[in-house]
Design a protein around this ligand. Sequence first.
Ligand code: MGD
Ligand code: MGD
Ligand code: SF4
Ligand code: MO
Length: 721
Amino acid sequence: MRTAHRTCPLCEAVCGLRLTLDDTGHVTSVKGDPDDPFSQGFICPKGASLGRLDEDPDRLRVPMIRTGDQWHEATWEEAFRAVDRGLRGVIDAHGRQSLAVYLGNPNAHSMAGALYGPPLIRALGTRNVFSASTADQMPKHVACGLMLGDPLAIAVPDLDRTGYLLMLGANPLESNGSLCTAPDFPGRLKALRRRGGKLVVVDPRRTRTAALADEHLFVRPGTDAHLLLGIVHTLFAEGLTAPEVEVEGLEEVRRLAAEFTPEAMAQVCGVPAGEIARLARELAAAPAAAVYARIGTCTAEFGTVAQWLVDVVNILTGNFDRPGGVMFARTAVENGRRRRPYTTGRWHSRVRGLPEANGELPVATLADEIETPGEGQVRALVTVAGNPVLSAPGGPRLDRAFGDLEFMVCVDPYLNETTRHAHVILPPPRVLQTPHYDLSLLFVAVRNYARFSPPVLPLEPGRPSEAEILARLTMIASGQGAEADPAALDELILDQLLRKAAGTPGSPFEGCEVAELRATLEGSTGAERRLDAMLKLGPYGLSLAELLANPHGIDLGPLRPRLAEVLCTASGRVELAPPQLVADLARLRGRPAAPPTEMVLIGRRHLRSNNSWLHNVGPLVGGSNRCTLQINPGDVTRLGLGEHALVRSAGGQLVVPLEPTDTIMPGVVSLPHGWGHAGSAQLVAAEHAGVNANTLTDGSVIDVPSGNAVFNGVPVTLSPA
Ligand SMILES: Nc1nc2c(c(=O)[nH]1)N[C@H]1C(S)=C(S)[C@@H](COP(=O)(O)OP(=O)(O)OC[C@H]3O[C@@H](n4cnc5c(=O)[nH]c(N)nc54)[C@H](O)[C@@H]3O)O[C@H]1N2
Ligand SMILES: Nc1nc2c(c(=O)[nH]1)N[C@H]1C(S)=C(S)[C@@H](COP(=O)(O)OP(=O)(O)OC[C@H]3O[C@@H](n4cnc5c(=O)[nH]c(N)nc54)[C@H](O)[C@@H]3O)O[C@H]1N2
Ligand code: SF4
Ligand SMILES: [Mo]
């Protein structure tokens, strides 16, 4: 028996776990790590199942190569040679713009994804870069980019000190929080209320989070921007604005907000005008308040405008960049200060002419790019940790499109709805064989914190880590062939990093010899040495050795004001009225007050689920974690529905089991995504297949400024099935 500690990689809460293993490496128990200063022993059912996930018998252990319908196991060398042949063939025949890459959500949770995703994209040399970000938080990046100059400068609610939290479109009691890394989010919300604070939840469903709140308001799906406009209007109309940061465009926002009265907005969003005005007054009056809006408001038609207005309200009420309001984390590894203000639309997608954002094109148009002939048609696809057939809008269309690709390679532990179209699947090793450091999530943590987890179990001889798999893919994509040494990539990147640091005034490495610096770096792999260098260059001057000596993590203190360090706008102030977002208000004005159909669809998450890929872990499926359509009992009666309904949308149709509940507002139905499992490669998931919610969503409607997919507020009709 032995004990090991590591960060849970399954959601954004980054909980510390304490694992017990027997001498065969089998996990006998998983508990919360009580000595982790951030998570303090918190764990959820997903974290508790990490051992089961790690040992899932359906996980791929060796690379798979497909010929026609036949899969066969391959050696790593065979697999990399097949990838080299496949990619080279497509590049030679159609050029690099015929390549596309899709990076899925788990890349945000892995060191390999953070360290090798960017070089892989560069090596592919294509503008067809897609990721789960445009099915998720791209509106937040674009809003922050345009207001602050940096799309990664995301202010998070100072959860442990705020006195008033207005939460829209988030359900942290199920999701455990997002773009707000806070282990034990439920406990932190309870603490807010215990210290006399107030929690208000705005959601078309009375969720578990809403049940815990002081107040819950139903909102019509897709209309949070309207609600927030009503709040901004009231703040100006009643003289409640008191910005404490320097802003550009205050008068313009005042002028813009004039027409969006609470009365007019109430007509659209369904929240009574009096309540809208009261929210504004309460936010302004609270000694410290924060507005926080997540996926329900991002994956909506006016996602970017809503995210913009969230911070407009935080700024107008004097709650931006101050304790108890919304603040910026200061991470041990920094993402490098931007020197140029942010823009979108540096290039456009070929078929629909949609603008790039953050170097990516909207996943909502991936199928268009594969299906539409012509110069630059996508003919080969690389996916890493993604399942767009289930997660992207118009999933079934992608399913067909992937079948037409000349070459597809997937880095993924499972043979699933997406990877079944691959010619080669390269599976990463087990979770417990993988090192962990949260390069992406700690930027949005509610406390400054760092923790490194070395692998708990060694790799089998000859078995590449995920870092090595991605490094080799990068070498292949850049034309260096299947035999190229992946270590050379780390060396090259380290060299560039150290050279730059040595030449940067004020850097801890200023004026140092690169060769000498390199000799001081520690770590058993290139990835670890890169992490060591980044930690040493970071604002706390930490090192890998120090993190290894503190296996439970290091608390780096509460958030501190630091707007001046992150701001990167041309004006040097916060841009309160970015022209692209002001322009998008015209689209919002043109929206009819009511949707074209009687009913609209939204999504939801379950505590024991994780997008599309934890449905093969026995203890996590069943019970409340099922693929059902939640519907208000009044609508069931009114529409004469039975146990199932036929749901139709502009994108497609599905027959789904109904779950009548008065926790959902009339006129709204909710279906979780990530279900619709096809094939029998995952035995447990196949028994709980469910339906693919993204049959009903389609990529033709997007949030225009960010290109983000719209999953909430999708017009549908229901009839008896
Ligand atoms: N257990 C579990 N945890 C997860 C995940 C998971 O699948 N399962 N997924 C992870 C991922 S990838 C993410 S991005 C995060 C997301 O984290 P959250 O943003 O907290 O996600 P949800 O739990 O889906 O909560 C979104 C809420 O928005 C509501 N909603 C829908 N439409 C609207 C609308 O138009 N307006 C408003 N105001 N509300 C609306 C829904 O009813 C729902 O309660 O969760 C992460 N954590
Ligand atoms: N209708 C609707 N659709 C949605 C949403 C919604 O609310 N409603 N939410 C959207 C959101 S927020 C997101 S983030 C996306 C998610 O979209 P995706 O990222 O495309 O989907 P996931 O289901 O997270 O797929 C993760 C894949 O990574 C694999 N994987 C797991 N761990 C690892 C690993 O360590 N390494 C590698 N290489 N692979 C791994 C899994 O087997 C799986 O195939 O879905 C979006 N889709
Ligand atoms: S809340 Fe998230 S990080 Fe914590 S144990 Fe659960 S899945 Fe893991
Ligand atoms: Mo997500």
